[in-house]
Design a binder for this molecule. Structure first.
Ligand code: ADP
Ligand code: ADP
Length: 217
């Protein structure tokens, strides 16, 4: 049976950072909805053009577009064993749709690590985030710097600051998270799959707590 893990937490909590570190260990494909949208934006696909305005404003792309995109992605070969979902679902409607599609494939959401970090810390993290152009590896100028400034340790590509990581957009994204995504904490708690993780700890410690929660630690 395939295994599905959903990483929950506000923007800047460390979902992408942790997913990069644990997806191989778990044997699951790392599926980041934000990365897929950014790839579509870069290639100016129809989906990218539709998503652009929402992303620039720090708002959520409409559910129907997002759900279809993820459903498509989860049916590729690299997701046969399951997936580590990073950034999806972000609304109750997306969570319902995910549950339904997984049930069709004889799967379910097995575990939801919820990485909690207070809002003030999120602003510092996102405003200092540097992202790799080629594959979206993430760094922080203070908390997790690359070895060579401006260059990705993994693939040598250029690091850039995302347009939506400027302060006003970050504030908007955090309030969108509180309004539309935070109800999922209760939703997954009720389903008995939520594992709260203290995301203010150093990156390595968060990784070991995550692996413990996923029973691989
Ligand atoms: P998300 O995917 O949840 O938006 P990221 O993984 O991109 O979050 O992390 C946001 C920023 O915070 C990045 O610059 C990252 O290097 C940094 N970061 C991630 N985890 C930690 C941590 N535990 N402590 C300090 N900084 C962190
Ligand atoms: P972060 O790493 O800060 O959490 P993401 O890279 O996950 O941000 O998302 C960037 C943007 O892409 C979001 O602000 C939103 O516009 C769009 N997006 C990503 N995932 C979703 C989703 N599940 N539903 C709607 N919009 C999404």
């Amino acid at each position: 049976m395939p295994s599905y893990v959903v990483l929950l937490g506000p923007p800047g909590a460390g979902k992408g950072t942790q997913a990069e570190r644990i997806s191989d260990e778990l044997g699951l494909a790392h599926i980041s909805s934000g990365d897929i949208f950014r790839e579509n934006l870069k290639n100016q696909t129809e989906l990218g053009k539709k998503a652009q305005g929402y992303m620039n404003r720090g708002e959520l792309v409409p559910d129907d577009l997002t759900i279809e995109m993820i459903k498509d992605r989860l049916q590729r070969d690299d997701c046969k064993a399951g997936a580590l979902l990073d950034g999806f679902p972000r609304t109750p409607a997306q969570a319902e749709a995910l549950g339904k599609m997984l049930a069709e494939w004889n799967g379910k959401v097995d575990c939801v690590p919820y990485i909690s970090v207070p809002a003030e810390e999120l602003i510092t993290r996102l405003c200092g985030r540097w992202t790799c152009r080629a594959q979206g590896h993430v760094y922080h100028e203070k908390f997790n710097p690359s070895k060579k400034p401006g260059v990705c340790d993994v693939d040598g590509s250029e690091l850039y600051q995302r347009d939506d990581d400027k302060k006003e957009t970050v504030e908007r994204r955090i309030s969108v998270y509180l309004e539309q995504t935070s109800p999922l904490i209760e939703y997954y708690k009720k389903l008995g799959v939520l594992a709260e993780i203290d995301g203010t700890l150093p990156i390595d410690q968060v990784t070991s707590l995550m692996l413990k929660a996923l029973k691989k630690g």
